[in-house]
Write a protein that binds this ligand. Structure first.
Ligand code: 6PG
Length: 240
């Protein structure tokens, strides 16, 4: 596991972009599984304005770790947010975009997406994860932490407060990835970041994010100063 701390989203995005460029350098294409939420939205805005000519978009094939069960036009849609903040602003083939169809029946879509993952990206080159204030990741929530061990690649989850249904990848998909990167910003995450980075086993019954431990892959934490205020970032980017 390597922990990187950055002053701001610009610095964080610069390193994440370098990381992706390095991953893509020796391959004809790479599969990147995106998360939703506000953290990636800020990164997509920077990619759209400063990296449209820098990142190898033709090589990047996008998937999602979770999607709310709403149409893509809904403001809650993770794909819809990504399209608005990124895909509408860079040149990327439609065939590179493998969205979860939030408008479909949730159970049927979980089965369809599981099959799509098995067919097109059984081992993701990179899974990008966020961290919820409650320790959730993707759409695996503490209230239903057993969802992590779902035997299928995808499952239907419900948000504990709103009840909104979501299609999510399961823990086995995350832990078989080649690289997993948590992108976490904000002081509200600092306690969970410390608990999970420093005492993963102690919190693995409580927080789904503490169960992220890629079997044959590499785990990275890309944090802003606020989220990282309680941890030591031992690594410098050039040692990745
Ligand atoms: C989602 C995300 C979710 C998110 C965390 C952190 O669909 O909501 O996949 O897991 O990554 O809730 O969200 P923020 O980046 O907004 O803090």
């Amino acid at each position: 596991m390597k922990v990187f701390k950055f002053e701001n989203n610009t610095e964080l995005t610069e390193v994440v972009s370098q990381f992706i460029i390095e991953l893509a350098r020796s391959k004809s294409q790479i599969s990147i599984c995106l998360s939703g939420g506000s953290t990636p939205k800020a990164i997509f805005d920077i990619w759209a304005t400063h990296y449209s000519e820098v990142l190898p978009w033709m090589k990047l094939h996008f998937y999602w770790g979770d999607e709310r069960c709403v149409p893509p036009s809904d403001e809650m849609s993770n794909y819809g947010m990504t399209k608005k903040h990124l895909f509408d602003k860079v040149i990327i083939p439609a065939s590179n975009i493998n969205r979860i169809l939030g408008e479909n029946d949730p159970e049927a879509e979980a089965a369809r997406y599981a099959n799509l993952i098995q067919t097109k990206a059984p081992i993701f080159d990179l899974v990008i994860l966020g961290l919820g204030d409650d320790g959730h990741t993707a759409s695996i929530f503490p209230e239903n932490i057993d969802d992590w061990d779902c035997p299928q690649d995808c499952l239907v989850a419900s948000h504990p407060q709103t009840g909104m249904k979501r299609v999510s990848i399961s823990g086995k998909v995350i832990n078989r990835a080649a690289q997993v990167a948590f992108l976490v910003t904000g002081a509200s995450k600092a306690d969970k970041v410390k608990q999970i980075i420093e005492q993963r086993f102690k919190y693995s019954d409580l927080y789904p994010a503490a169960l992220v431990n890629p079997k044959n892959g590499r785990l990275f934490w890309f944090l802003d100063e606020a989220a990282a205020k309680n941890v030591v970032a031992e690594d410098k980017w050039d040692t990745i």
